[in-house]
Design a protein around this ligand. Structure first.
Ligand code: 5RP
Length: 293
């Protein structure tokens, strides 16, 4: 273990210098991976924009029927045309998502707590790799709890998912959880995203924060930004814009889409930011036009 006394503060992020090992494959940190991994990552990240719109509807795995997701069979098909990747549980995907679609699948593979628990940080890796293969998952989503009581078991879950993912060429998306005790600072996100990437995750899902471009620069794989609690549409679009303009390679939004009064229009507006270079104002105008049309 390194001597932690007098640890120097990291500051040389060279945010203006593009990631070096970035050719010929379009996904950050994936240049040295094999064909199967790259194929799955290409199902997630668009080759032209290099970004992705993920729709997170996995909340039922600890919340039960969350507001806006009471009827997955009704909500998901409406949103489907505007997303690249569906992030959900195997139960929700198998029962409510048409198998005929061409969307990427980010399969939630960890579970073990519910809203009734004080501490949500204790999870298990609940999905066998064979079942992820049967579902043609494009990545295995694993929740991690750096700095929380369940850190060790969550990193065990992550490592097991990375080991089996490598065996069958399925990427892993490490999800950085923020608990009640965890600070939402760039210091925390730099620590957590880097640990998760170094343990082998190919994509990191985390939150937007100040100095986000430094979090991105220090993370050798693409970051997608979680939406978090429901915001007014204008603010949620600003969050998406700030994330993309500071280096995120996509968003993985849930409540800010499915709890919007106009989920389809909201998702379409987010898509404009992620893939077409719209800023938040242009996207909000687009949203309003679609709603009033
Ligand atoms: C939990 C998750 C959820 O998928 C995530 O919270 C995304 O949904 P939202 O945008 O509603 O926060 O990964 O950690």
């Amino acid at each position: 273990m390194a001597d932690l006394d007098g640890v120097k503060v990291a500051h040389n992020y060279y945010t203006e210098v593009p990631f070096k090992n970035n050719k010929p494959f379009h996904v950050k940190g994936a240049n040295n991976l094999d064909w199967g991994m790259k194929k799955h990552l290409s199902n997630i990240f668009d080759e032209t924009s290099q970004n992705t719109v993920m729709f997170a509807f996995d909340h039922g795995y600890f919340m039960g029927a969350a507001a806006g997701l009471e009827r997955l069979d009704l909500v998901v098909p409406k949103i489907l045309p505007y997303v690249d990747v569906l992030m959900g549980t195997r139960g929700a995907i198998r029962s409510c998502v048409p198998a005929s679609g061409k969307k990427g699948i980010a399969l939630r593979t960890t579970s073990g707590s519910s809203m009734l628990d004080e501490d949500l940080s204790h999870e298990i890796l609940a999905v066998d790799i064979e079942d992820a293969i049967r579902m043609n998952a494009d990545c295995l989503a694993v929740q991690t709890f750096i700095g929380a009581d369940g850190q060790l078991s969550s990193l065990d879950n992550l490592s097991k998912a990375v080991n089996s993912g490598i065996r069958y060429s399925i990427p892993v998306m490490g999800v950085v959880a923020v608990g009640k005790q965890m600070e939402r600072t760039d210091r925390f996100f730099k620590l957590a995203t880097r640990i998760v990437a170094e343990l082998g995750a190919n994509i990191i899902k985390t939150y937007y924060c100040e100095n986000f471009e430094e979090v991105v620069a220090a993370c050798p794989v693409p970051i997608v930004v979680a939406g978090g609690k429901k915001l007014p549409e204008k603010e949620a679009l600003l969050l998406a814009y700030l994330s993309i303009s500071h280096g995120a390679k996509g968003v993985d939004m849930g409540r800010n889409i499915f709890q919007s009064e106009n989920p389809v229009e909201m998702c379409a507006a987010v898509r404009k930011i992620v893939h077409e270079g719209f800023n938040d104002k242009e996207a909000f105008e687009y949203y309003q036009e679609m709603v009033h049309h």
